[in-house]
Each structure stands twice: as C-alpha cells, then as structure tokens.
Design a protein around this ligand. Sequence first.
Ligand code: ATP
Length: 704
Amino acid sequence: MGVFMSRQFHKDLELDGSIKARAWDFLAKLNSNADLTGLDLKKPKNPADPKVRTARVDQQYRAVMFAVSDDTEPTWLLAAIKNHDDAYELAGSLVYEVNPANGAMEVYRPSAVEKTVDTFRTRPTLLDSPQVLPFTPEELIEVGINAEVAAEAVRLTSEDDILSLAVDLPAWQQQVLLDLATGASLDDVRATYGNEKPAAADDPAVAVRLPTSRMEFVYLDTDDELRRMLEGDFAAWRTYLHPTQRSIAYRETYNGPFRLAGGAGTGKTVVALHRTAHLAARGSVLLCAFTRNLAANLRGDLSSLLAPDSAKRAEVLGVDQVVRRVVESVDGHPGQPLDPREENQRWSRAVHEAGVPNDLAPSLTPSFLAGEYRAVVLAQSVATKDAYLKARRTGRGTRLTRVQRTAVWRVFEAFRRDVASDGRTTYDVLSGRAAEILADPELRPLAPSFDHVVVDEGQDLHAGHWRVLRRLVAPGPNDMFLCEDGHQRIYGERLTLGRLGIDTRGRSRRLTLNYRTTRQNLRFAMDVMDRAGVVDLDGDPDTVAGYHSAFDGPSPEVRGFTSDAEQMQFVTETVEQWLSEKVEARSIAVLSRRGTEQDQVRGALERVGVAVEIIDRDGPGDRDAVKLATMHRSKGTEFSAVVVVGAQKGVLPLDFVIDQLPSLEREAGVARERSLFYVACSRARDRLVVTWARTPSPFLPAPH
Ligand SMILES: Nc1ncnc2c1ncn2[C@@H]1O[C@H](COP(=O)(O)OP(=O)(O)OP(=O)(O)O)[C@@H](O)[C@H]1O
C-alpha cells in the first residue's frame, strides 16, 4: 500500500534537516497500517474537510494529510508539514477535491479563495481598459476554474491582477488563467489540462494518473520510491512536470526526428532529460550537450532520473566529445585541436600561402573562412574543388565568383596542410572526418552507434555536428529528439535541418511557460531580443507568442554611469547588498561580454573581500563564491541574482568582433551579440541588474 504525496509536502521535507531524518520513520509507520497510535492522529475541530487529520512527525512538526480512500484501511494523501500550531490551522481550512471538469486532484483552501475574491468584488471595473480574458464566466467554469474566481476574473484588465486573484487556487487553475491571459484558447486549455472527468476519478489511484494531477501529486507505492524521494533533494522538475512537458517527454513514438522549441527557462533541458530516461528504458541513448561542461551537469541530473538497469544505456557527451570519439574509433588519436586564437592565426597564414588576389584577401577574415568551411564544406560534405565550385552557398551573404571560389578552396587546402604539418587538427576538421567515417560502410561498424540521440541547445550546433549526429543513429522512429531556442543562437551560422537529412516538419512543439524567472525579468529579456528575423532549425520564423512566467518579483534595474570606476563601485555594492540579504554567494553571478569588465569586477570584489570564482570551460565550480562569467560561458546556467555589467556602446555589440566581419555578415554578427545579451539576462531567477558606463548599448530596451 502506498501514499500520495503533494509537491508541497515534498518541499516541506526540506524545511529543516531534522524532518528528513524523522520522515522515514513517520512514513514507514503510516505505510505499515499497523499501530498508528505513535502518530498521534488528530482531527481538527470543525474542519472544512472531514477527511483531514494531523499527525506527529516530531516534537516540533506535524503533517497535514487526508484519508483519501473509502477502505477500512485508509490511503493517505500527505499535503504539508508545518509547525504544530500552523499545522492545526491549515488542517482546519484545507480541502481535498477532484475537479469536476477534468478529474484533477486539488488540495486548497476555499476560505482563502473566498477572501481574495471578496477584495476584488469591491473594486470598480475599469471601463476604459480592455479585459484580459475574452471569455464568459461559464466558459471558464467549464474548463475547471473555480466559479467565484471565474466571475471576477473576466472583469480584470491586467495579467498581474488575474494572478493576484488566482493566488489561492490549485496551481493548475492558476496556470490555466495565465495561459488564457497570454493568448491560449479554450481548446488549447482543454487539450493540455483535460476536459473530461474520468468516471473513476473519485478514486485517487485513478485521478493521480492524470497529467494535470501530476503537476502537483505523486503516488509512491514502494519503499524504494519513497526512500529515493526522501534521499534526493527537492527538485520539482524531476517529479512534477507540466502536462505539456510530460506529453512531449513520455510520448511512446515519434515517427522520425522531433524538434522542441521554446524560450529560455521553459524546461527544454528538463524535457530532454526525461525523454532520455524514457528512451534509455528501451535502447541505447546519447544525450548530446553543446559543451563538455554542460554535459557534465546533465549527467548528474540524468542519473537521478534513470532506473538502475537503464543507466548503462544512457551516455551524456558534449558534441565535440562525440565527434572525437568517432574519429578515434577509426584513426586513433587525432592530434591536439587548435584553440580559437591559434586557429585564427593559421587561417591568416593560409590566405597568405594560397596567394589570394589582393582584392579578395581582405574579405577572407578567419571568421568568414571558418564559417564558409562549416556552412558549405561540412554541410554538403564537399571533398573536392569541383564540388566546392558547384556547392550551394545560400544564406552566406557574400557572393563569390568562380575565380574567387577557386582561391578560397586553395586557402582551405593550405589551411589543412598547415594544420596537419605539425600533427594538429581543429574541431571542424574532425567533424568532417567523423561524418566521413560514419558514411563509409566499411568503417561505420568500428564507430560507436546509438538507437536514439537527444540534443540540447541545438541552435548552436553547426552543420558538421548535425551530419555526425544524423549518421550516428539509423533513421526511423524515435531516432532524434532536438531542443533549440533560435533566440539564443550565439555561435555559428543559421542552418536548416531539412537540408541535412533531419526532417522535423510536422513533428515539433514549443514550450511557452518560463519556469525560471519572474514575469518582470522575462519582460525585460523579451524586450532585449530581436523578435524579427530569428529563424528556427526548420528555417521558419521563430515566434515568442504566449511566452510567459507565473511568478512575480522585483523589476529589473538598469543603471548607467559616467565611468568604469563608478560602474564597478555600484556592482560591488549591489553584490555586497545581496550577500547581506543572505543570498548565497554561489547563487550570484556577474556576467560580462568581455574579459575587461570581468577583470575589473574581479578586482573590485576581491578588494572588498568577496570571494569570486570564474566560470571557465569546465562550468561553474562548487565553491560558495560569487560566479563571474563571460556571456558565452553563462549558457545553460542559472542564478538567483545576476548583474549584467558593461551593457554599453562598443561592448554590446562588441565592436572589435563586428569590425572583423565582412560587411554582408555584420547583420548576423550583431544578431548573435543581441542573442548573447538575451542569454545573459535570461539567466536570472529572481533579481536582475544591468549596468553600463558612458553610453548605453543600443540593445537596451527603452524604459516602459
Ligand atoms: N516542471 C517543472 N517544475 C519545476 N521546475 C521546472 C520545471 N521545468 C523546468 N523547471 C525549472 O526551470 C528552470 C529552467 O529549465 P531548463 O533549464 O530545462 O530550461 P531551458 O528551456 O533548457 O532553458 P535555457 O534555454 O535558458 O537553457 C530550471 O531551474 C528547471 O529546473
């Protein structure tokens, strides 16, 4: 016999260390159904729900729970753990119900809902502002919204008010109102949260299986499951998925490559992890991250989701690790890849060696050549000059005549010779070789293979990567599952997956609920991003429609200064202030476009005795120190409080980088810089401060 546990109860287990220690005893007794006297079960006087009880967890804490089945031996639904007096008070007003519209399990306080509704009833309707919800109360009730709230909600003229009105409702109802306020239709809501109460939903064992119930409740029916839950830290994403996240992650079969889009913080990585765990129960899976350090983070998170016998079938690697592994399986050690600076030097040398005509040479910057190599040579597996002369160059900006193409090909050859001459290589060259190996019927069996590939941060992979990943799995059901956010593209060139043999058309979804950040921070980050001109990996416009967050916080602060020194002074004071408010140092980050600001911040913070740690290519370390990172390194991270420093002209976009680009590629270069700023701003969970010196960055949104 098991127990039902609410997300709130699960979270309360973290209240203080002593509860966790006692909880196992408590739950074991409850589960044993033997003598419950030690639990001191009590029914509060005149409870709102006769099924409610409180029980002793230890001296200080009591559990609030419901006897939810009609059997003589009740099954318990654990709702919360509170201090003795608070537990009694809560138990008096809490009810357990099954929503009549969709059968979702609900634990909430009707008296609190009524009180909030009362405060709204007395407010006059603002006749000159449009209502946010274009629905009737009956329509809202029909999808499951509390009737009293529905009557008031339709009068409201701001999203903020709707959230305040809904604050005491079960979480899924709050979510529905917010979805409707941000553009969802009633049909969307029915499809996502269900629109029919299953006949047997009064049996909690049935109700708990509904995806909407699973946003807040879990049924644990073995000691193993209970123990795992108690031993792990509370991380809601592991257990309480949004119905949309769940339906995407746990769908049995996609008949080919599937693409998941969504803004920053919508849980794409969470879904990728769950999908990997789901697939690992069936076959071998590669979860591919953009870098080694992002892979290391995912590996830790994945291990907590995998059943023991699936663990050996799931592997998590950075994309360049994958490439390297394929090459090594056939060629042995491939030589040390050049670092970006060395690579740039070699490209310049190759231009010189290849005797490029004077009129062309200035356009052949290292970034142009590396981009051309990835977007044309690797993307189309071009192996000869003739093939390059015929290759498609759509989307490359600069036009090249036949004579110029011949010259560029000579540069590629000179570059390869130069790199090979001292036993070195580059990651781009390696990905070309890996794709070649995987396409060769004789070599293919020597290389690793997987049944399924799941890719995170897909927007930053280049064509060479995709060729390798495509060939790593046999085409067929559930072969590839890709996550991307076109607005976060900070590396490389735009590409269309269809051209690389990865056809996701008709098999893609988009997540719109931001779980990471406040609505205030989200609004700011959305103002930063350039909504026009961003395309997804299918080559279609990437929309942000309906992208929203469910929680509130302080407004982001933008502060300008006349000098670097003043800016640093402010950054230091801000960080010190957060530390004094007991924000953990490791949850604070200062992000900058370039090393100059990072060095200044580091000096300024160290001078006042604040410990800092730079996020390097291995990702955030464990030290409890304020993290400093470039915007590039901030990808895939998140922090409670973030300062984005140096948001000023010349730095954002970074002139030095843009000036190096041939004129036709500047627009794309500026878009990447804007995306970097968006990535940095969208790392903040609670507080976001952006600073600049002298002249503000053109990317800064106009104040509202
Ligand atoms: N169902 C959920 N319940 C609770 N928290 C969630 C849920 N889904 C996601 N989160 C949390 O929201 C945050 C963002 O999730 P995640 O990193 O998966 O988003 P993402 O779309 O990959 O973001 P980005 O593109 O910015 O890297 C994380 O802290 C994650 O744990």
